[in-house]
Design a protein around this ligand. Structure first.
Ligand SMILES: Cc1cc2nc3c(=O)[nH]c(=O)nc-3n(C[C@H](O)[C@H](O)[C@H](O)COP(=O)(O)OP(=O)(O)OC[C@H]3O[C@@H](n4cnc5c(N)ncnc54)[C@H](O)[C@@H]3O)c2cc1C
Length: 465
């Protein structure tokens, strides 16, 4: 029986990053992946393909707004087949890239369904044939799949998840997006840019409900201004297919029944963990509604069994969180001195137009926790580079501790939000205070320098407003 120091089940951004670090730290590692390619949800039907389409949409928007930049474009149109081909090419390139990185770190792979067969044993099933291996450590990184709503059947043709919508044959004339979390608003943004009539339905009182309330309000305002229809506190009752597409029936805020007909419906109401049929019942690991409980080093209650990524209870379902969880777990296995995983230092990034990025506490969250805080805001309208880019809506909001000025949270909506959040991530990692950040020199002119003004705004000292 083949023996490994570490067997990883799943090759998404949790599993493949953990494998490479394990190889770098000298652990004999194997990755078991059921699909015939490496990279998981993130690379194949998540982060990467959506960001490709968002970039295409942005390029298309530039053409639509070309006149503002003094450029006359007489005729232009979208070649959807070419758009999809570029997306697929990028995905393939990076999937091959993981294979290369595995070879470099001497990580082995096995294709098949991985399952815990007993303490230190993993079975791999492929086309009816089962192979067993021994592993000192086992890391579960099996990720998640899209959820649906009770009574809503996903047929993959009209009623879609993130998986099918990424390869639909053409741009739909109309689309209802059910769920206004990160996935829902990104697709709403993509298809709106490409000319689709989009309606966004959200069960909670606001869109992007995990973000600070002012960020939700700003996105709501901007989306409506662009012409995206939004219904919050909307309870979807049924999705019925017909010859033209489907009709979505929902109860609105006032309790009235409403219907919207559309060519396609995207269901983006959250993700369910892939933990069935994994052999977890044979272990002491604790699970809750399918999620696995893990400690600060991602260890489960079963010795030498670790869990990372979208399957972990209480941690954000984000690729970069999964990757750092993997690095942390592998550090523990390899006996390295690595810090515990800190969920409060995970940035959120949503790539709709306008972009959103955040880290740490929102204003309400901090006040509800009884903290004494001070808050500052800086609008991108005061940032010259944002104006040059023709994208000067939105703002940066900073939540800081009142006494020492420690930065507790930063919330951005506007140009390059997902890039400039980097400064806030470093600030929180190093427990920086407003005084540290207000005197940091930012290059001019950059969108990034708006961060300096935002930190100064907490003390009423922003320059450009
Ligand atoms: C549309 C969309 C857009 C997203 N955009 C972003 C983004 O921009 N940024 C971001 O940070 N996050 C984004 N996410 C979330 C991100 O994709 C996930 O958080 C991330 O992929 C989780 O990584 P993971 O390694 O836990 O699992 P996954 O990426 O889901 O990988 C799990 C792997 O395990 C394999 N597997 C499952 N069960 C078994 C088994 N029993 N045996 C063998 N193999 C198995 C699967 O085939 C898969 O390859 C997005 C998600 C979606 C759906």
């Amino acid at each position: 029986m083949a023996k490994f120091d570490l067997a990883i089940i799943g090759s998404g951004p949790g599993g493949y990053v953990a494998a490479i670090r394990a190889g770098q730290w000298g652990l004999k590692t194997v990755v078991i992946e059921k699909d015939g390619f490496l990279g998981g949800t993130c690379l194949h039907v998540g982060c990467i393909p959506t960001k490709v389409l968002l970039h295409n949409a942005e390029v298309y928007d530039h053409f639509k707004n070309a006149k503002e930049f003094g450029i006359e474009v007489k005729e232009f149109s979208v070649d959807w087949t070419a758009v999809l081909a570029r997306k697929d090419k990028i995905v393939k390139k990076h999937s091959k890239g993981i294979e290369l990185l595995f070879r470099k770190s001497k990580v082995e792979t096995m294709q098949g369904w991985g399952r815990i067969a007993g303490p230190g044993r993993v079975s791999v099933e492929q086309q009816g044939k089962t192979t067993e291996i021994e592993a000192t450590n086992i890391l579960l990184a099996t990720g998640s799949e899209a959820r649906s709503l009770p009574g809503v059947e996903i047929d993959g043709k009209v009623v879609l998840t993130n998986r099918e919508i990424l390869s639909i044959g053409g741009i739909p004339k109309s689309l209802v997006v059910v769920g206004a979390g990160a996935v829902g608003v990104e697709f709403a943004s993509i298809f709106h840019s490409f000319g689709t009539e989009v309606a966004l339905l959200e069960m909670l009182p606001r869109i992007v409900p995990l973000e600070d309330e002012e960020i939700s309000a700003e996105l709501d305002k901007t989306f409506r201004k662009k012409g995206i229809q939004i219904h919050t506190e909307a309870l979807v009752e049924s999705v019925k297919k017909d010859a033209k597409g489907a009709t979505v029936t929902f109860k609105d805020k006032a309790g009235q029944s409403q219907t919207i007909a559309a060519e396609r419906v995207l269901v983006a109401v959250g993700r369910k963990p892939n933990t069935e049929n994994l052999g977890l019942e044979k272990t002491k690991a604790k699970t809750e509604r399918g999620y696995v409980h893990a400690g600060p080093y991602l260890e489960t209650a079963e010795p030498r069994l670790y869990a990372i990524g979208d399957i972990v209870a209480g941690l954000p379902q984000l690729a970069h969180a999964a990757s750092m969880e993997g690095i942390t777990a592998v550090g523990k296995m390899a006996g390295r001195d690595v810090p515990a995983f800190d969920r409060n230092r995970v940035p959120n990034a949503t790539y709709c137009d306008p972009q959103i990025a955040s880290i740490g506490m929102g204003e309400k969250q901090a006040r509800d926790a009884g903290l004494k805080i001070q808050v500052g805001r800086f609008p991108f309208a005061g940032n010259s580079k944002a104006t040059i880019l023709g994208s000067h809506g939105g703002f940066i909001k900073v939540v800081a501790d009142e006494k020492y000025g420690e930065v507790l949270g930063v919330h951005i909506i506007g140009p390059l939000a997902t890039e400039i959040i980097a400064e806030a991530v470093v600030a929180m990692q190093l427990e920086a205070t407003l005084d540290d950040l207000m005197f940091m020199i930012h290059a001019h002119p950059t969108v990034w320098e708006a961060m300096g003004d935002a930190f100064a705004s907490v003390r009423g000292l922003a320059i450009n407003v």
